[in-house]
Write a protein that binds this ligand. Structure first.
Ligand code: ACM
Length: 676
């Protein structure tokens, strides 16, 4: 059962309706392409059986077994039965597919799901489609006083885009197997189908090479995936219908390779694994034949390890300093008629592309690899903007979007949700639109560890998954937020740690004391957004632990949106109940500081947080006073106004690389008192 907060229930009363326990038809995320809701329900009984028909599928049988366990864990119905491969007409849930797919870009992922009182029918051309249908069915599980049931519906569903990815950077901070696996489960739940592993960076080289074992011996500090582990990840992903695309970022972002291969760098070494963050100089030397000999061997090995048809070579942010400073490279450029570093990088990319093509791979790279004249047989991943994406699609390149989906930047889910890869004003013909394959959320790992990485990825990435799957017309932000809450719980049940790990981190900060006051403060606090955190004076590096306020604060906290709705509702409908609710909420904010001050006597990690709770206290007091003026239709004195404005200005200053997220709505209250 959902637990409704008191404020929410009061809000609902204010709006004139009470929350009811509804069937989950309006909870699906991503929203299906088409859905008809019918009367009636399929009541879930302990006798529930499943049968698998049609094509043999190594994916479906284990997926259905997992699905039954997930149902069992949620409902407590002791089924004690396994999936049958049978033609029996009596089965409760029939899953039928025509073929087991190859797991390639553009495979048929459609499915249809029909729930009637007597039977559930899931049909799909491929097992990939059926996997998506299984996730839809699980999200439809509903309950009321009669027990658990599925509402009767007919769903016909298919994705809007074929490339729906999540990039995980395992270099800035290494992300071990369990992080990857639990995130694959989360991706499957929201119908994402590409895991992009960013495997080499200045800060670490993260895959074992049998040909060049020194790459990890000297370039990884021991944090890397063995080839067996990579195979395990690929198999785990494959069973969930998810492709794994590896990225080896070259020629820049290359320090960790050059620790063991300084002879391939564009400037003399020695090199050390980078600990800081930013754009660094070490770059491969494109003028040396040895560079290409090395990559010939390396990519031949990696092409065999990673079965996907696509291989990503990065190509971003080569600052060109080492190239400019190397007379031999300058001579090479002149000799080959390459007029600038872009052309030199095109030369490099073309040599690499040849190696990849020989190995049956299609090359993917960031915007920067798109230089006039480069072959159309590459895929561009756009991180710098949608104009570049549109231009590339117009010019016949396949593209996918990541600009606007940098989830490391702690922006709200609404921002990511409304970022459409194909907005109507992009001016692309139908054929050109087909070049837009989809996109990827990017989890860059400068400021996350295995402990809190899930809190950055989820649940916001579910909003991106919906943008990539659901029809373009599905754009209601309020509705997305409403459904995101439920999906977040389902994601946690699959093993993601975005909720439970955060509680552990709070307990650690409070040194084992009650976490309620700190959790309450965090309802109103966000980590600094975009790249502001790096500008606050702390020299972030891989040496620092990430266990402080900005590491446990989450972007876009729900309580802030709820409070904002309450303020707006009060402005449109100023009732005594509204005043009561707002006063209570502001009172809760006001009290936190006293509680945390008390706890800080035994929790040194709280000390740097106290200025934040104090700002919230001051702000909440001004909010209550403002509300009082508004409610009594009186005007404050000039001195109060000045004080309130000072409090607001103070509240806006960051504390511990975090900021108060509730300022806007309290500011509205204060400004209302200053109005005409
Ligand atoms: C990138 O963010 N440099 C791809």
């Amino acid at each position: 059962m959902r637990i409704f907060s008191a404020a929410f229930i009061l809000l609902c009363c204010l709006l004139g309706f009470a929350p009811s326990l509804q069937a989950q038809v309006d909870q699906l995320m991503p929203v299906p392409a088409s859905m008809e809701i019918q009367a009636g329900r399929f009541q879930l009984q302990p006798s529930f059986t499943v049968s698998l028909r049609g094509a043999d599928s190594p994916r479906l049988l284990p997926a259905l077994q997992r699905a039954l366990w997930r149902l069992d864990r949620r409902t407590g119905l002791r089924r004690g039965k396994s999936v049958q491969v049978s033609e029996s007409a009596k089965t409760s849930w029939v899953v039928k597919t025509q073929e087991s797919a190859k797991l390639e870009l553009g495979e048929d992922e459609s499915y249809s799901l029909q729930i009637t009182p007597g039977q559930i029918n899931l049909e799909a051309q491929t097992d990939l489609g059926a996997l998506h249908g299984v996730e839809t069915l699980l999200q439809l599980l509903s309950a009321d006083s009669t027990g658990w049931y599925f509402p009767c519906v007919t769903i016909k569903d298919q994705p809007r885009f074929p490339w729906r990815g999540l990039l995980i950077d395992v270099c800035r901070h290494f992300m071990p197997m369990e992080v990857i696996k639990r995130n694959l489960d989360g991706m499957a739940l929201v119908k994402m189908n590409v895991l992009h592993l960013h495997l080499s960076e200045d800060q670490g080289f993260r895959v074992e090479s049998k040909k060049f074992p020194e790459l990890t011996r000297l370039g990884s500090n021991g944090d890397y995936f063995t080839q067996d582990q990579i195979r395990e990840i690929i198999e785990y992903a494959n069973l969930r219908g998810i492709r794994v695309v590896p990225e080896f970022d070259i020629p820049g972002h290359a320090t960790s390779w050059l620790v063991s291969h300084p002879e391939l760098a564009s400037a003399p070494g020695p090199y050390q694994i980078e600990k800081g963050f930013g754009v660094f100089d070490p770059t491969f030397d494109p003028s040396k034949e040895e560079t290409y000999t090395f990559f010939q061997t390396f990519f031949t090995e990696m092409a065999a390890l990673f079965p996907d048809a696509y291989l990503h070579i990065g190509g971003d942010e080569n600052n060109g300093k080492q190239w400019d400073g190397n007379p031999k490279i300058q001579t090479f450029k002149k000799k080959n008629g390459l007029k600038d570093n872009h052309e030199l990088q095109r030369y490099f990319n073309e040599r690499i592309q040849k190696i990849l093509t020989q190995n049956g791979k299609r090359m993917v790279g960031w915007d920067e690899i798109l230089v006039e004249g480069i072959s159309k047989d590459i895929v561009i991943q756009s991180w710098r903007g949608k104009e570049a994406l549109a231009q590339a699609a117009k010019n016949g390149y396949q593209v996918m979007l990541s600009n606007g989906w940098y989830i490391d930047l702690c922006q709200p889910a609404s921002y990511h949700y409304l970022n459409d890869p194909l907005p109507a004003d992009l001016g692309l013909s139908e054929a050109e639109q087909k070049n837009v394959l989809g996109g990827e959320a990017t989890m860059w790992a400068e400021l996350v560890t295995p402990e809190n990485v899930d809190t950055r990825i989820w649940p916001r990435t579910a909003a991106i998954a919906e943008r990539l799957w659901s029809p373009a017309a599905v754009t209601s932000v309020n509705d997305m937020y409403r459904r995101l809450e439920g999906v977040s719980l389902r994601l946690e049940e699959t093993g993601l740690t975005h909720l439970k790990n955060r509680e552990m981190m709070l307990r650690r900060i409070t040194n084992g004391q009650e976490i309620y006051p700190l959790a309450s403060l965090l309802n109103y606090v966000e980590p600094l957004k975009i790249y502001q955190r790096h500008a606050q004076g702390i020299p972030y590096s891989t040496d620092l632990s990430l266990t402080r306020l900005p590491d446990v604060a989450i972007p876009d906290p729900k309580a802030v949106r709820d409070f904002n709705d309450l303020v707006d509702l009060y402005f449109t409908n100023p009732t005594p109940l509204g005043v009561k609710i707002l006063t209570r909420e502001l009172g809760n904010m006001e009290r936190i500081h006293t509680q945390l001050t008390w706890q800080a006597r035994q929790a040194p990690a709280l000390l740097e947080i106290l200025p934040m709770s104090e700002k919230l206290q001051n702000l909440a007091r001004k909010g209550m006073e403002a509300l009082n003026f508004i409610d009594h239709k009186t005007k404050p004195e000039a001195a109060w106004k000045q004080e309130a404005l000072n409090t607001l200005a103070e509240a806006k200053k960051p504390v511990a690389e975090s900021e108060l997220a509730v300022i806007l709505s309290i500011e509205k209250l204060i400004y209302r008192t200053l109005g005409p």
